[in-house]
Design a protein around this ligand. Sequence first.
Ligand SMILES: Cc1ncc(COP(=O)(O)O)c(C=O)c1O
Length: 332
Amino acid sequence: MNGPFAPTAPPHGGADSAPPAAIDFSTNANALGPSPMALTALATADPSRYPDPAYTDVRERLAHLHRRDRADVVVGAGACELIHRAVRTTGGPLLLLEPTFGEYRYAAAVAGVTVRSARDLDAFGALLGVAKLAVLCVPSSPGGHVSGADVLRRLAAQAKTSGCRLLLDLAYHPLSQQRPPPPADSWQLWAPNKAHGVTGVRAGYVLAAPDDAARLRAAPSWVLSAHGVAFLACITDPAARRWVRTSRATLWRWRDELAAELRACEVPVETGRANYLLARVGDATATTRQLRLAGIGVRDATSFGRPDALRLSAQPPESQAVLRTALRAIRA
Ligand SMILES: Cc1ncc(COP(=O)(O)O)c(C=O)c1O
């Protein structure tokens, strides 16, 4: 830790300390969830024993799913835990394409690692040579933009030549309208609790080359609960994967309807390929507060460097109608 002041954790979407919002646009979890298969897996998990500390079976299943070796798989108690582990393990500088998920900057501050920021992909590519770890969210958060397969391949090759690890954060990849295959020589960070709509379960995983994966596994970490292990095992089940696949089209439709609703309220909107969008409301913090008082949770994008915008996830038409009414009232 640097000096006497501890870095503060960045805000996240989802629950706050107040009673839960009746309508929640603030997390990007699959609004059709929780997945019934995930719920069954959680209900039948055995909490009476410690999970296997090497997570052998679940790593084997995830390896099979991604056509990799078990040695390439690192499981963690949520993607955030793995983010901190990756930053601590690689050291600095950490290269970020801004704006991005705030946990990366926080992990760097906690680990005493310097951050280099790029504002666009060209600058990102040019800075790979000075970084030990470079992070790209696919799709980006909060913008929902997706870099194409050729761009990812080029960046991965460039990173490899310069001794930098390229980490692709694929938290929302399964719900995206464009899903480029991650290049084999990148690190892949998966957070399946989003696509399966069970963000209360803390479990995620990284795929990396065996030496890197071994270093990540050996680093100090949090253990997974029996429920986290059961959930990760369940996502390898074809029925659970089918459930995610069939949910996508509805989420994209809801996102587009939401964009139309917002534009009808004269709120400019930025949409990418993800199951969320950015609404340019003006004063994001004040609007977030007013909507929260009306029982609606939204994600203030100020901490992403967008004090003018809210990040809103695709939600069903009933929720959109409530948001429209509340926004009209606030703007009036
Ligand atoms: C882009 C991105 N990566 C990673 C995470 C962390 O996921 P987890 O809930 O598994 O810690 C989030 C959570 O909001 C996210 O938005």
